[in-house]
Design a protein. Structure first.
Lengths: 226, 203, 253
């Protein structure tokens, strides 16, 4: 990609990051959510290390998933409302790339902080240190899929009035395989089984999502603009 | 001379019904076209179709020029300052070799927003926001301007500024299509007119 | 050939022609549904002998299995309709794709409920995280998502097109869900008892299954046409063709 083609994409990324920093809370909210879930689990089921350790990967994943949902509402909505979204189709802009950039900035803003602070959450749930790296690896592969799928859901519901309520319902079936393979990898590791197949399957899912979801998202955005 | 924009029997259908009657149009450099028509006749839809925001349902539309479109919604980010908005626009729209952009500072001065450079766009008045949106035409110049009601919420002084912008643009081999149902552009040039008629609603 | 198919599409795409087509077909479909359903139920309940292990409880599978098949078949029908909707923007396809979703959800629910009832004597619990049941549960959410998305739009035609995108996304997703859930259950439980498919069935148990499957397909056709017809009349209630059609059809006039 030459420089002139990349420039609009960089401009969008920088402006997204700048606006996120201005609002501050966008990165904080998923983190607060993650830790409130992680803190509630022992309160709910008891502080026994064995039990907590067994459910830690699943719980951290579910918490990461739900925290990702929080920031989806505004993904395209503000651009839709202020008229910047329709500008994406003026001229010969590659809309799919713009979609990818927007999702990339969303991932940087909401998912990356969660991944970075996962070790703390893992400690709180007694996850063995040896499994921590693997858990973070699955999050690193899996959360971009979550961003892609979440972006699709938020594009689909863009023109609706109570779109936010639908997001969870739309995302759940799409994210089931990711959840299964990610937590499966960590469980397999704890049981001393090979984890390679899980990771390969996760990567396959990521490649599939990367190639198909932006297409569907761009189509959904367009139909909402009409 | 080749036209910048050619529309051959172009129409846009919403729900299998034409929003406006098919349009024929050839937009040449240094010409301006004013779109007229009753309320709800589809002027805005036509402009959005010409801009590429909507896909023409029928007919042939060829664009042989760079396009700038300013719609009803200003296309301005409320949580960015005036200068940040313009810096973004300058980077976001591909640079045109044949056009010479102003710097964001110069453009803001021209738009009369000099004192508000660091003010968030969300804190501007409606007229100021519109001027900020129009300043895009200076920082990211394009051959064809598609302006949807550019005079809305502008005072007399600012309206004159828009006329000056259009005049300069046309002198510079630019072209424009403008919808305006109250104030018309007052230029010492021929205004071509394009009448839009609402599509027949199928019974 | 291709142009003929396209022509047929567009013809059926006209609301009035679709309405007449549906009006003619619906009574026939219901009639055949009743006959096949009666034959199937009679055989399933009275002709087929009890299973030597499961006794009479297995008979619920004659509802469970055809419902499960129809739950999946409905999605395939919706995929075809959604494709037509997005490519050719044919309105009756749009309406049928959307009205098929609740029917698919209903069959999925029937499959889940009968599976649970059957599971009680078999597994000792109503719910087991069996691969097929879990897949079906996720499928139910897929259907609910499509219905919810469609319902969320004030503009029903825009909603139909946008929900069609979701249908197409789902057709890629559902096999992946199925595969991942299968993987997941073998990992966590070892192999569970399968709801037995026809392959393990004795030949004498097969005829009622065939009858019931045909009955369910016919019922689906009848329901789909009926719901699509009603939706069309509802959306177009102020249009001229509706008045004409109702007058000609001899309805209240």
């Amino acid at each position: 990609m030459n420089r002139s083609k990349a420039q609009p994409l960089i401009a969008l990324l920088l402006s997204d990051l700048k606006r996120a920093r201005r609002h501050g809370g966008q990165s904080l909210l998923p983190l607060v959510f993650l830790f409130s879930v992680v803190a509630m689990i022992p309160l709910g089921i008891g502080p026994g290390p064995n039990l907590l350790q067994a459910i830690a990967p699943g719980m951290i994943w579910v918490a990461a998933l739900l925290s990702g949902l929080l920031a989806l509402d505004g993904l395209f909505k503000s651009d839709f409302d202020d008229g910047t979204l329709e500008q994406w189709w003026v001229g010969d802009q590659p809309v799919i790339r713009l979609v990818l950039v927007r999702l990339g900035s969303h991932w940087l803003i909401t998912a990356l902080p969660v991944i970075v602070l996962t070790p703390v959450a893992a400690q709180m749930l007694y996850l063995p240190n040896a499994a921590l790296g693997l858990l973070m690896l699955t999050l690193l592969i899996g959360t971009p899929i979550l961003s892609l799928v979440g972006g699709l859901a938020s594009a689909l519901t863009l023109g609706t009035r109570q779109g936010g309520a639908l997001l969870g319902l739309l995302i759940f079936p799409l994210i089931v395989p990711v959840l299964i393979f990610s937590t499966g990898a960590v469980s397999a590791f704890l049981d001393g089984l090979p984890v390679r197949p899980y990771l390969l399957l996760l990567v396959a899912l990521l490649v599939l999502a990367l190639s198909l979801v932006p297409l569907a998202t761009a189509a959904a955005l367009r139909l909402n603009i009409e | 001379m080749k036209p910048y924009l050619t529309a051959n029997q172009v129409s846009f259908h919403r729900h299998s019904e034409a929003v406006f009657q098919p349009i024929d149009l050839e937009l040449y450099p240094a010409t301006i076209c004013v779109v007229t028509g009753a309320n709800g006749s589809g002027k805005t839809t036509l402009l959005r179709t010409l801009a590429g925001v909507l896909r023409a349902s029928e007919g042939e539309l060829t664009r042989d020029a760079s396009i700038a479109f300013i719609g009803h919604r200003a296309g301005v980010k409320d949580d960015l300052s005036c200068i940040e908005n313009l810096v973004f626009m300058q980077r976001f729209y591909p640079k045109q070799a044949n056009r010479h952009p102003l710097t964001p500072h110069q453009a803001l001065k021209q738009a009369g927003l000099g004192p508000y450079i660091r003010r968030l766009a969300g804190h501007l008045s409606a007229g100021q926001r519109r001027r900020l949106a129009l300043a895009k035409l200076l920082v990211a110049p394009a051959d064809v301007w598609l302006l949807d009601e550019p005079y809305t919420s502008l005072d007399t002084h600012a309206c004159q500024w828009v006329d000056e912008l259009l005049d300069g643009h046309l002198s510079d081999q630019g072209a424009a299509i403008v919808t305006a149902h109250q104030r018309q552009p007052s230029l010492a040039r021929t205004l071509h007119r394009l009448e839009v008629v609402a599509g027949a609603r199928a019974a | 050939m291709w142009t003929q198919i396209k022509l047929a599409f567009h013809k059926l795409g006209s609301p009035l022609i679709f309405y007449r087509f549906a009006q003619t077909l619906i009574p026939w479909l219901w009639g055949l549904t009743l006959i096949t359903l009666a034959a199937g139920l009679y055989q399933a309940l009275f002709v087929v002998p009890p299973d030597y292990q499961q006794g009479d409880s297995y008979r619920i599978l004659y509802i469970h299995v055809p419902a499960a098949w129809q739950a999946m078949a409905t999605y395939i029908v919706m995929t075809i309709l959604a494709t037509i909707t997005l490519i050719w923007r044919i309105r009756t396809a749009e309406i049928m794709a959307m009205t098929a979703a609740p029917i698919g959800a209903a069959f999925t629910l029937i499959c889940l409920v009968t599976g649970a009832i059957w599971g009680r004597p078999m597994w000792g619990t109503y719910w087991a995280w069996d691969a097929r049941l879990t897949s079906m549960l996720v499928l139910l959410f897929v259907y609910l998502g499509i219905m919810g998305l469609y319902a969320a739009f004030d503009d029903r035609r825009q909603g139909a097109r946008i929900a069609s995108i979701l249908i197409l996304v789902g057709v890629v997703n559902i096999p992946i869900i199925h595969f991942s859930v299968e993987w997941w259950t073998t990992l966590h439980q070892g192999s569970t008892i399968n709801l037995f498919g026809p392959s393990t069935m004795d030949a004498s148990m097969l005829p009622p299954l065939i009858w019931m499957t045909v009955a369910v397909k016919l019922m689906f056709g009848a329901l789909l046409l009926q719901r699509a017809r009603n939706e069309l009349l509802d959306q177009d209630q102020r249009k001229k063709w509706v008045l004409e059609a109702l007058r000609m059809g001899g309805h209240d006039s």
